[in-house]
Design a protein around this ligand. Structure first.
Ligand code: SF4
Ligand code: FES
Length: 258
């Protein structure tokens, strides 16, 4: 396949960026999208040019490191698929493909397609854990958990923190990501004692990081490579309301100025 790539190039966070055209020649339809970028980068390096910077790690759809907009869609055209698992057979010979970084105020561009997603880490640091003693593995296995609850918790635990939900949302909201983290803990007995202080801390951190509010558009769910349900956002909002009305987490919120 011979393709034209229109790629966002930006040398540093403060530098102005622009779309630059590159030829991607002799691309196998069996290559992944990132392997195709590797081939283009080899050509750029051989020509003495700066290769296109992009993030990746596992290339198996499980780590959440990769991510870019492909023709305006987060992770590209395939449902439930990260861009590292997208294959070139999805495109046609002669296509022009536009490749851009996630665009959100809370995700500043570091270089080309690489953005700073540490804001998501700080949301998890604010409360995405249990700090109580939950015992050892045998203790965990001794607690009976309804099958439906454990299945749902595992569904939310699939979130890989890629940030596609933020990039897809017109408000750049991190509600789906935060709801996934809140839900997978809240659905299990070990997550119950800190349920309200956790949601208060995580949502307040999400707001402080500059993510927008959720207005139920649904693009996040449509482009999430792990199929995280927006039902989690409703749970998060209910729990947040309960936390504020009950005063859970008031001290922490006052200390952080949120
Ligand atoms: S909710 Fe989905 S899109 Fe958002 S960070 Fe998690 S896996 Fe990525
Ligand atoms: S590189 Fe790990 S999910 Fe894509």
């Amino acid at each position: 396949m011979n393709l034209t790539l229109r790629v966002w190039r930006q040398s540093s966070p403060a530098a102005p960026g622009r779309l630059v055209d590159y030829k991607a020649a002799d691309i196998s339809p069996d290559m992944s999208f990132l392997e195709m970028l590797d081939v283009v980068n080899e050509g750029l390096i051989k020509a003495g040019q700066d290769p296109i910077a992009f993030d990746s790690d596992c290339r198996e759809g499980i780590c959440g490191t990769c991510g870019c907009m492909v023709n305006g869609v987060a992770h590209g055209p395939d449902a439930d698929t990260t861009v590292c698992q997208l294959h070139m057979r999805r495109f046609k010979d002669g296509d022009t493909i536009v490749i851009e970084p996630w665009r959100a105020r809370a995700f500043p561009v570091l270089k080309d397609l690489v953005v700073d997603r540490s804001a998501l880490d700080r949301i998890v640091q604010a409360g995405g854990y249990t700090s109580i003693n939950v015992g050892s593995a045998p203790d965990g296995n001794a607690i009976l958990i309804a099958k439906a609850a454990s299945d749902e918790a595992m569904d939310y635990a699939q979130c890989i923190g890629c940030g596609a939900c933020v990039a897809s949302c017109k408000n750049a909201s991190a509600a789906l990501f935060t709801a996934a983290k809140v839900s997978h803990l809240a659905l299990l007995p070990q997550g119950q004692p800190e349920r309200l202080t956790r949601v208060r801390a995580m949502v307040d951190r999400m707001d402080a990081e500059g993510f927008g509010a959720c207005s139920n558009e649904g693009e996040c769910e449509a482009t999430c490579p792990k199929g995280i349900s927006i039902a989690g956002i409703a749970r998060m909002n209910r729990q947040y309301t309960a936390a504020v009305l009950s005063g859970a987490g008031d001290k922490k919120a006052a200390a952080s100025g949120d």
